[in-house]
Design a protein around this ligand. Structure first.
Ligand code: 1CP
Length: 334
């Protein structure tokens, strides 16, 4: 078995499996910790607990990689914007203030996130050397989306506002801070970084290049110049996955559930492919789940592929099912 870092750097064909949101609400051992820690940001800033949560799915399922328990919204938090997680409504950020934002500096930012780096150091010491520890950031557009509170009033948000020149400045500053966060996580002991551009699919086609392709390309360029294995996830951009892959050239690209795996195996070149299986498949019958997984395993039989989902594990997923899917994948010889 090779670890994820090696698979990404050498574009190796080799079995490897982990899940987005593997450290999360479907696990009773996570819910137990969560119930005693009401403030989600504070939980992410508790290095011991963050490390313990990161290792929970590894202990239970012996997955091939661990992903650090944190959140993409720790970056706006570290840039001085208050972040609240409202039950059943998702995250809510304090109104954006440009002056406050531009008063940030690298030292202050890094200091705010010190517990995340400490959690990585603790986890790396405890994690089997053969397994990769994955760090992550949000894509610049996705972070901007939350910083401008577009998630709370999506209907009202006028995409013409994207013409606003200030957005370009903010995006460029964000790219810098995101690269610093990546570098700090790698220096603390993470091996790989995943860039979650979860809201890329909301961008109008004519904005995709400026708000998604170019910012991701800058981050990937930074990663490559520092030999940091990287995974991009431009969720929801449909057939534009092809242009994204050619423009950004990441080491690995994560598919969402709308991308047909056979199409992807023919169209996405010179890249390791990851994920794709619809997390809803884990809520169906076992037979349907295995059939769904088989489609991905077969489509990517001859190219480097990392088994994962098209989005995070859902909170209502039965952990027993997760175990069955892992065994199915590991024992697959068809
Ligand atoms: O108990 C709870 O209520 C907290 C739920 C939770 C968890 C477990 C949130 C709130 N974040 C997380 C952890 C998290 N978030 C991880 C940890 C590692 C792992 O994967 O196991 C990661 C990688 C993220 C990344 C993240 N946060 C993304 C990108 C991936 C995606 O889901 O698209 C996004 C968009 C967020 C924002 C966020 N954090 C939490 C919520 C409810 C949201 C909003 C998501 C949405 O609006 O759908």
């Amino acid at each position: 078995m090779s670890n994820l870092k090696e698979i990404l750097l050498k574009k190796k064909c080799c079995k490897s499996i982990w899940f987005m949101r593997q450290a999360g609400r479907y696990l009773p051992e996570f819910r137990k910790i969560r119930s005693k820690n009401e403030n989600f940001i504070e939980l992410c800033l508790n290095a011991e607990l963050s490390s313990e949560i990161t290792l929970q799915p590894i202990k239970r399922f012996n997955l091939d990689s661990a992903i650090i328990f944190s959140d993409i919204l720790m970056v706006p938090y570290a840039l001085g914007q208050k972040v609240d997680f409202i039950k059943n409504k998702g995250p809510k950020l304090e109104k954006f203030n440009y002056e406050k934002f531009s008063n940030n500096n690298v030292e202050k930012f890094t200091k705010q996130l010190a517990p995340v780096y400490e959690a990585i150091r603790i986890t790396r010491k405890k994690l089997d050397k053969k397994k990769s520890l994955i760090s992550f950031v949000g894509g610049p557009w996705t972070i901007l989306f939350y910083m401008m509170n577009m998630n709370q009033n999506r209907q009202e948000f006028d995409f013409l506002e994207l013409e606003n020149k200030n957005f370009e400045f903010i995006l460029n500053d964000l790219i810098e801070y995101l690269c610093i966060h990546i570098e700090n996580q790698i220096n603390a002991g993470a091996d790989v970084v995943q860039i979650f551009d979860s809201w890329a699919g909301l961008l109008p086609e004519k904005k995709l290049k400026d708000f998604c392709f170019k910012p991701n390309a800058e981050i990937v360029k930074f990663c490559k110049s520092n030999k940091i294995p990287n995974i991009c996830f431009p969720k929801g951009i449909k057939e534009k996955y092809v242009d994204f892959n050619m423009f950004v050239k990441p080491d690995c690209i994560n598919l969402d559930s709308y991308i047909d795996p056979v199409w992807a195996s023919q169209k996405l070149k010179d890249v390791v492919i990851q994920g794709g299986l619809d997390p809803n498949m884990l809520l169906k019958t076992e037979e349907e789940m295995f059939k769904g997984a088989t489609k991905y395993i077969k489509a990517f039989r001859d190219i480097p592929y990392v088994f994962n989902l098209g989005h995070g594990l859902l909170p209502q997923t039965d952990p027993v099912r997760v175990g069955k899917l892992i065994n199915f994948y590991r024992n697959f010889n068809g």
